[in-house]
Write a protein that binds this ligand. Structure first.
Ligand SMILES: Cc1cc2nc3c(=O)[nH]c(=O)nc-3n(C[C@H](O)[C@H](O)[C@H](O)COP(=O)(O)OP(=O)(O)OC[C@H]3O[C@@H](n4cnc5c(N)ncnc54)[C@H](O)[C@@H]3O)c2cc1C
Ligand code: FES
Length: 263
């Protein structure tokens, strides 16, 4: 932990690109030696969207991709901060703190690695599947319009499967339909290792399935964060070690260490 903190940097960067890539996501690109060095999938950044006090708090975003010193962030507009961010063009300056948090662990030998992603949980898992050899990336969304352009997934290892609520792309239903199918194809589901990030309802459903079949795994608990460094106690998560700040002890937690219901 202390080493992760000692590598933490706060820097004003220049936006190189910021564009809408489909109905749901925007992609922001900037270059920074300090904010790109040694980053591992699952870690995140705190963006100060405006130099003024509105919005007051920084907003957390996962690392999506790193190419040399170029950092990409994939985000969707949820409220005021992300709305303002989406309006920032090439050349705009943004203050960013990072890299923060503990990453997903590397794929385990003799385990089938299954990533389960939804919504704003997709970026760190795409990053993970580009950096590591995984077996499956299961992606849930509302409809075909949200599906990432093929170019965004071209370097992803493993089989990519989609589930959409309206059935317009991939399997019809929630992403857990795919996970459930995969579990039932296994001789012993305990050989799976599941890593998940997305809306809390989705992650709770994934954790419930994993517990039912004794499947180990990890979830990135994206609590709303104020400081990102363990000072405001705004992101507490109930674990086997007691209440801990997700920004410092997480955001990635082992399923069996999580004591709270996410919903
Ligand atoms: C570790 C971490 C990594 C994240 N990575 C990404 C990412 O890669 N891409 C991305 O688009 N978003 C990511 N998020 C979520 C992102 O931080 C929020 O979307 C953002 O803070 C919303 O800011 P806003 O000002 O636009 O919305 P606000 O006006 O603050 O809120 C608008 C709505 O969004 C909801 N909201 C706010 N924060 C979150 C959150 N953390 N999770 C779910 N809903 C939230 C609020 O409840 C409210 O309904 C991440 C969050 C965390 C904690
Ligand atoms: S965001 Fe402040 S303690 Fe985690």
């Amino acid at each position: 932990m202390s080493s992760a903190r000692s590598k933490m940097q706060d820097e004003v960067v220049t936006i190189l690109d910021n564009r809408k890539i489909n109905e749901k996501y925007f992609k922001l690109t900037f270059a920074s030696k300090k904010l790109s060095r040694g980053v591992v999938p699952g870690q995140f950044l705190q963006l100060q969207i405006q130099p003024t006090f509105d919005p007051l708090l920084r907003r957390p975003f996962s690392y999506y991709r790193i190419k040399g010193e170029r950092v990409e962030v994939l985000y969707e507009i949820l409220g005021r901060g992300t709305g303002i961010l989406s309006q920032k063009g090439k050349g705009s300056r943004v203050r960013i703190l990072g890299p923060l948090g503990n990453p997903f662990s590397k794929p385990k030998a003799k385990k089938t690695t299954v990533l389960v992603a939804g919504g704003i949980g997709l970026p760190p898992l795409v990053f993970f599947a580009e950096k590591n050899k995984v077996d499956y990336l299961l992606i849930g969304g509302k409809s075909k319009a949200e599906v990432l352009p093929k170019s965004e997934l071209s370097k992803v290892s493993g089989k990519v499967l989609y589930a959409t609520n309206d059935g317009s792309y991939g399997k019809k239903g929630f992403v857990t339909v795919l996970l459930d199918e995969l579990i039932h194809q296994q001789e012993d589901p305990r050989n799976l290792f599941v890593q998940t990030c997305g809306p809390k309802v989705m992650m709770q459903a994934v954790i419930d399935l994993a517990r039912k079949y004794e499947i180990p795994g990890e979830a990135s608990i994206d609590e709303t964060m104020g400081c990102g460094v363990g000072a405001c106690l705004g992101c507490m998560v109930e674990t086997d070690k007691g209440l801990v700040p997700s920004c410092v002890e997480g955001p990635v937690f082992a399923f069996d260490s999580i004591r709270q219901s996410l919903v």
